[in-house]
Design a protein around this ligand. Sequence first.
Ligand code: BES
Ligand code: ZN
Length: 632
Amino acid sequence: MRSHPFSTLLLTIALGIVAGCRDATGPGPVAVPATVPSEAHTEPPLPMDPHSHARPNEVRVFHAELDLTLDFEKRVIAGRATLHLRRIDPKASLWLDTLDLTIAKVTGEDGSARRHELGKRDELLGQPLRVDLKDGDDRVVIHYATSPEARALQWLTKEQTAGGKQPFLYTQGQAILTRSWVPLQDSPGVRMTYAARVRAPQGLRVVMSAGERGTDGAVFTFAMRDRIPPYLIALACGDLAFAPISARCGVFADPSVLAGAKQELGDMETMVQKCEQYFGAYRWGRYDVLIMPPAFPFGGMENPTLTFATPTILVGDKSQVALIAHELAHSWSGNLVTNATWRDFWLNEGFTVFLEQRIMELVFGKERAAMEIATGDAGLRKEIAELPAKDQVLHIDLTGRNPDDAMTAIAYDKGAAFLRRLEAVFGRDAMDRFLSAYFSAHAFQSITTETFLKFLDQHLLQSDPARKKKVDVHAWVFEPGLPKSMPELHPRGFAEVEAFRTAWLATGKMPADAKPGTWITHQWLHFLAGLQSDPDVLRRVDQRFGLASSPNGEIRSAFLTRALELHLFDFVSHTMDFVSQVGRRKLVLPLVKALMSHKDKSGEPHAREILVRFGPRFHFITRRSIEQLVDR
Ligand code: BES
Ligand code: ZN
C-alpha cells in the first residue's frame, strides 16, 4: 500500500472548507491545498529515453506543485512549478525538458536564486534546462511562462466552441509536449504526483486530470495523488457544465451539448464495472469524460480520471462508444502500467485495444466485437502494405524520430492481435488471470518491452510448454509483417453486408431480409470498402443512403474519401462543410490524402483550400499532418 502521511491533515482541512465551496454542478469538489507532499519512492534505474533531456537516474522529480494563471488575451500560462526532488547523485545538477518556455527565474524553497541554463533548442525535443542545486535542496521553484505557440496548448476563440459563448483552452501532452507548458522531466518513466492551483477568467471552469478537484474562490485546485507520467498531466478550461451518470462517472461538456452527451455515454458505469470484474479494481476514484470542442485532433485522450473525447462520438445512437471503452481501458493499460519509453508504446495501445475489444464484447456481445476487430485487422493489413519493414515491428526504434511516428496500426492492432493470439492458445481464463496479475504487479510503474516479455514468460508461457511453442513471441514483437498464425475473423454481420451489396448493386432493389437501417458503423465502413471504383455506384449509394451528410463522422469521412478518390469533386462542398466542423485528424486526413492522390493533380487546389481556410482553426497536430501531405 502507498501511504499518504498528510492525508488525515488534508481531509480535516478539506472537510472544514468544503461546505463553503461545493459547486452544485460538479462531481463532489473538495478544497485541496496546492501543496500535497508526496513521498520519494525508491525505484530502479530508468532506461535511457531518447526523447528527453532529463537525467532522472541522477536527480528525479517525484512531485510537482503548479501555481498558474491562464491569460486568454495573451494566450499565455504563467506562474511557477515547484518540483520535489530525489537526489540520487548528490553532486548532480537537475536536468529538465522545456519547449519554448520563458524562464523568469529559478529559486530554492527560500526564494534565493539558483544558477541555471537553457541549452540549445532541438526542434523536436526542445531545450534542456539545467539547474545547479545546492546541498540540501530538495525542491526548486521554476518561475516561467509559456509561448502563445506552445505545442501542447490550443487556445480557441468562443466561435470555435459548440456553444459559442466563451473561449476554450486545453492541453494535449502525449507524447512529448507537456514540456511546452510545464518544465519537467518529460519522460514516461518519470512518474510523479501533482497538485495545482489555477486562476482563470470569471465565468470559466477549469478541470484537470486529477481525482481531487475543488474551488477556492476564483482559484481552482487539484490533487493527483497517484504517480503518473508527465504526458498525463492535463488541463482544460471553458464554458463547462457537468452531468452525473453514476456515483463515480459523469460528463463535462459545453452546456449546449451536455444533455446529448449524458445520453450517449449512459453505459460508462457498466463499462467500468466490466473492467473491474476482469482486470482488477479501478484505482483512480472518479471516471469522467470531457467532451472537447470540435478542433480536438484525437478521438480520445486517456487523461486519468478525465478522458478527453472528440464531440464526433455524439452521434445519437451510441455507435462510437468503443472510443470510451478504449480510453477507459487505458486506466489499466497505459495509466496504471505505462510504457517506459515511446519505443514501448505498443504496451500502452496494443493492450488497450485488446481490452477495448473485450469490453465491447461484454457490453454489446460477441458479434459487434467481432466486427470491430475485423475492421481493425483490415486497417492493419492495409497499413502494413504501406509501412517500411522497420516500422512494422512492435518494438520500434524511434531514436531521432518523432514518437508520434509510432501511432500506427502496428502498436494498436498488431499489438492487440498478439494478445488475441495468446488468448487463443492459452484460453480466456488463463489470459485473464495473467492480465490481472500483470496489472497488479506493475501498478503505477513504467515498464519496458523486455520487462513485459520476462513477466509473460514466467506467468503465462512457462505454465504450458506445449502451448508456448505455438506462439512465436519473437516474430510478433521483433519482426515485420504478421505471423501466419494471425487469427482471422469473418463476422456474420459482414457477410450480411456483402450479400446486400451484391444483390442491391445487381438488381437495384433491397433484398427482403436486408436491414441497413440497423447496421453499425463498422458495417457501413465494410460496405464502402468493398464497393468497386465506379463513380456511378458511389452516386447511387449517396442518393439512396445519404452518406455524404451522415451525422456519423466515421461514415461520412469514409464516404467522402471514396468520392474524392474517384474525382467526384461535386462532393467537395460536403467535404468543406465537414472539415469546418471537425478537426479530428483521423477523419480529416484521409480526405486530404484522397485529394492529393490524383496523377493529374486536379484535387490539389481543394486540398490547399482546406489548409488555407481551416488550417488556422485546426490543432497543430492536425495542421502539421495536412501540411506534410500538401507541401510535398
Ligand atoms: N493515447 C491515445 C492518443 C494519442 C496517442 C495521443 C499518441 C498522442 C500520441 C488515445 O488513447 C487513442 O488511442 N485514441 C484513439 C482512439 C481510438 C483508438 C479508439 C484516437 O484518438 O483515434
Ligand atoms: Zn489509446
